[in-house]
Design a protein around this ligand. Structure first.
Ligand code: ZN
Length: 463
């Protein structure tokens, strides 16, 4: 990298806007689980959209690639630089405006999700995106990866929550698309170019986001299901009976056992249950919702869709139910060699996926341990295959197992990445599993917007 580029960045951004010392850079160069690490001589920290544009123009002039980073919570390595200029949006963290009468707000890319939720709540509104990293994940990253989380069932993915986007294009021009309209049929929906694009077509600098009424009634239930087929029946029963299902999360037996084993003070509210299901409901009428949930769960117990069910009696207990689910991802890290997946299939085919994948894993690796959990209501499982207990991690056939999981998901008309994105981790699989026409169309867009390939050149799209 040219020293004169760093000098030019400094002159445009001032001393606060350029970091070159190792200590300050270090936390930005490793992913939080330690799976990806990288390097760069410089991190640019622009404070305004105009400064972002200046950074991009300077880099374009030097043909210097850029890796953009939000809260550094990504799971597929797309935010970690390998010699590129690291562009951090964290100084652009303002909520620019809240328009409660339009049920919208405008947040800058570096605004942390929890701050946006808070700003919405202060105007008696809800911003419904909710995920484990909400205390650090930023709006720009959540848009660039089209984040999911636990309320997709009711409110959709990040894509569904974005009304407008402001972004700096790869040549430094600014796309000003922040209009907060529900209806705007004036041609291509250009903001969509930047949602889920993983920073490859430009840098998101701000967004208009959709707000919702705050639900007045709220219930959380925990149920035991005999198997995935019954869990799916339970999902539909609860949807039809209450019209209020906001989240439907499942945890297989082993995922709960490992929480109890590896997380201090965790306990299993339903020991022995083959599958635990956490269901969240949102409605308008507290008394009516409670009655509907109670009677629907009674019916489910009667027909055997559930073996056991508990409804949280207060906010503390609801929090405990959620805590169990939220502890699952962190509870199996120490269990030796493993390979993780974030697949989706049509909701109707979730039992077929689990049955097929579990059987195939066992055939390829007898004794393999499976942690399957996540957003069954969206057709999305986080599916981890782990080495048999006590076996040699060096002989664990991770690549073969992983290929099989993806084959099974795709054969069921599913996806190899439901909500984490492609980044650098899934690029090879993308080439294998996405159809040729879609890949060609993606490449056409990339060439049109970023012919010099300076924007996140290692993520998502291979040259
Ligand atoms: Zn998830």
């Amino acid at each position: 990298m040219h020293a004169d580029l760093i000098a030019a960045l400094r002159s445009h951004l001032g001393p606060k806007g350029v970091v070159t010392d190792h200590e300050t850079l270090a936390p930005h160069l490793t992913e939080w689980r330690g799976r990806y690490s990288g390097q760069t001589p410089v991190m640019a920290l622009p404070a305004t959209t105009e400064e972002v544009a200046a950074v991009v123009r300077l880099c374009a002039a030097h043909r210097q690639p850029i890796t953009t980073q939000g809260g550094n919570t990504g799971l597929v390595g797309g935010q970690i630089p390998q010699g590129e200029v690291l562009l951090s949006l964290k100084r652009m963290n303002r909520i620019r405006s809240v328009d409660a009468d339009n049920d919208s707000l405008v947040a800058e890319a570096g605004a942390v999700l929890s701050a946006v939720q808070q700003a919405a709540a202060e105007s008696n509104r809800l911003f419904p995106l909710s995920l484990a990293s909400e205390g650090s994940a930023t709006i720009g990253g959540l848009i660039s990866t089209n984040a999911g989380g636990v309320h997709v069932l009711r409110y959709g993915m990040m894509r569904d929550l974005v009304l407008g986007v402001e972004a700096v294009l790869p040549d430094g021009r600014v796309f000003r698309g922040l209009k907060a309209l529900r209806k705007d049929n004036t041609g291509y929906d250009l903001k969509q170019l930047f949602i889920g694009a993983e920073g490859t077509l430009g840098v998101v600098t701000a967004a208009s986001l959709k707000l919702f009424p705050r639900p007045r009634a709220h219930e959380v239930a925990l149920a035991a299901a005999p198997d995935a087929t019954r869990a799916l029946a339970l999902l539909h029963r609860m949807k039809e009976a209450t019209g209020a299902v906001a989240a439907f999360e499942v945890m297989n037996r082993l995922s709960v056992d490992l929480v109890v084993k590896n997380i201090p003070n965790a306990r299993d509210p339903m020991p022995g249950a083959p599958m635990l299901v956490l269901i969240e409901f949102e409605g308008a009428d507290p008394k009516g919702l409670r009655q509907a949930v109670e009677s629907a769960l009674e019916d489910a117990l009667g027909v055997g869709d559930a073996l056991n069910a508990l409804i949280a009696e207060n906010a503390g207990q609801a929090k405990d139910f959620w805590a169990l689910r939220e502890r699952v991802p962190g509870a199996h890290k120490t269990e030796g060699a493993q390979v993780n997946h974030d697949i989706s299939v049509p909701v109707s085919r979730t039992p077929a996926f689990l049955e097929g994948a579990n059987a195939a894993m066992e055939t390829l690796c007898p004794g393999v341990r499976i942690v399957a959990f996540g957003h069954m209501g969206d057709g999305n499982f986080h599916y981890t295959a782990m080495q048999p207990a006590g076996s040699d991690p060096a002989v664990f056939p991770a690549a073969a197992l992983s290929a099989k999981v993806h084959e099974i998901a795709v054969a069921l008309e599913g996806s190899i990445s439901a909500e984490h994105g492609i980044g650098v981790a899934r690029r090879e699989e993308l080439g294998r599993f996405k159809d040729a026409e879609s890949l060609a169309l993606m490449a056409t867009l990339k060439r049109a917007l970023d012919p010099e390939r300076i924007m996140n050149p290692r993520a998502l799209i291979t040259p």
